[in-house]
Design a protein around this ligand. Structure first.
Ligand code: 2IT
Length: 445
């Protein structure tokens, strides 16, 4: 494989798909060596086949808002790769959603799902619908209209969507209700369901919890511990909440959370009340963190600044792709940060990752760190297929085991000659090998 040539061809075919091309480039750079040492891959054109989604569905979503006005959005589902299992991945509702974003997320999902060791292929979907400021009734009508199209192409053994940014328990409920009505079946076709109708305990907190289990193993391997360390978290959604909860439980100090309006500095670290308040903040649907500092006067709101502005040992991006750039990385390094774990998908730009790796600090990529979310979705699918429910302890211990294995796989494939663990390389190689082998064995399809 010639990475440059493949990237040139792909860029010519899909000009402007910036995030997607960025995600592919990172994977290719990581796997080129193992790829080229295995001639079977080249012969079967594994990479050329892997970078094109199996299929993409786009559809119009028409709904009526509370004022009686007709609204039109675009819906998508990218079924990227189904070599190791049914397509699996979230739905993102956000005004910036476009095909490049969903292709990047779907591509990442292939390797992430492979890392979980569960049988799940990669997929992603969503809409440019903006949930901000919408009433419950509007959210419901949109979700119903969205599912009216999507239901034809998904199924419990075909493609199993879940939540992502802008899609939480409420949306999954509305989507599931409509699917059930159309398909006349009560199956595990979506994950992140409510606990009384097929959901799995621990799924709501799984992404954040899993991330902290991964971080624990990473610190342990480096001879460090989380206890007493300053942790900066970006975002205040479901994932950030799970990460803040587990950080605090494990004795870390969450000294910052942030939103689009700025950062809240929490000098003594978050307490339980503050963690609970994150949920109120999210439920207020205003997408700002400033009220946090009014509610807790010991905290300070700094408008227009990111979480990376606050001095911390460990940085956990928990919001969006490319939310931590080269300048942010410099600021963190200057402030003595020695570990960064992406909890968001592709949270760091290539410049930021390069800076962290050159400084030889601990850095782990989203597809490994945040895999606990989709892994627990996989556990939800298993429980649905078996028609049983596991206890929270059972699910949590399985999640913990999966994160431990993912960490192990990253180390196995990521150790450099000088002993530095390149978690990006490790995660990409470990995730890729399993999918590539499956593709070889399943023939040219
Ligand atoms: O990015 C992700 O892994 C998710 N949004 C979760 C996907 C899932 O199927 O649970």
């Amino acid at each position: 494989m010639n990475v440059e040539k493949i990237m040139q061809d792909l860029t010519a075919k899909h000009p402007g798909e910036k995030e997607f091309l960025q995600a592919v480039d990172e994977v290719l750079e990581s796997i080129v060596e193992v790829y080229n040492s295995n001639p079977q891959f080249e012969k079967a054109k594994i990479i050329e086949r892997l970078v094109e989604p199996d299929r993409i569905f786009t559809f119009k979503v028409v709904w009526v808002d509370d004022k009686g006005e007709v609204q039109v959005n675009i819906g998508y589902r990218v079924q990227f790769n189904g070599a190791i299992g049914p397509y699996k991945g979230g739905l993102r509702f956000h005004p910036n959603v476009n095909l490049s974003m969903l292709k990047f997320l779907g591509f990442e999902q292939i390797f992430k799902n492979s890392l979980t060791s569960l049988p799940m292929g990669g997929g992603k979907g969503g809409s440019d619908f903006n949930p901000q400021g919408k009433s419950d009734a509007e959210i419901m009508r949109f979700c119903q209209a969205f599912m009216l199209e999507l239901w034809r192409v998904i199924g419990p053994d075909t493609d199993v969507p879940a939540g992502d940014v802008g899609v939480g328990g409420r949306e999954i409920g509305f989507l599931y209700g409509m699917y059930k009505k159309l398909a006349r079946e009560h199956t595990g076709v979506l994950t992140g369901k409510g606990m009384t109708w097929g959901g799995s305990l621990v799924r709501p907190e799984a992404t954040g919890f899993g991330a902290l289990y991964f971080v624990q193993h990473m610190l342990d391997k480096a001879g460090k511990e989380l206890k007493g360390k300053r942790v900066a978290i970006s975002g205040f959604g479901n994932v950030a909440w799970g990460a803040a909860t587990k950080t605090t439980q494990l004795g870390g100090k969450v000294v910052a959370i942030s939103g689009p309006d700025g950062v809240v500095e929490i000098p003594n670290g978050m307490n339980e009340k503050m963690i609970d308040y994150m949920l109120d903040l999210r439920a207020s649907n205003k997408n700002i963190v400033a009220p946090f500092a009014t509610e807790f006067p010991e905290c300070k709101f700094i408008a227009g600044k990111k979480a990376w502005h606050i001095k911390c040992d460990i940085a956990l991006p928990c919001a969006f792709q490319n939310e931590l750039n080269g300048d942010d990385a410099k600021e963190l390094l200057a402030n003595g940060t020695w570990a960064v774990a992406e909890v968001s998908n592709m949270g760091c730009t290539p410049e930021a990752i390069k800076a962290f790796q050159e400084a030889k600090i601990l850095f782990a990529p989203g597809k490994a760190v945040n895999a606990g979310g989709v892994a627990t979705s996989g556990l939800e699918m298993t429980q649905n297929a078996m028609h049983i429910n596991w206890t929270a302890e059972e699910v949590d211990s399985k999640l913990h085991g999966i994160m431990k294995n993912i960490h192990h796989a990253c180390v196995e494939h990521g150790v450099e000659k000088d002993g530095y663990i390149n978690y990006v390389k490790g995660a990409n190689i470990a995730g890729f090998m399993k999918v590539a082998k499956a593709m070889l064995e399943e023939g040219i399809i």
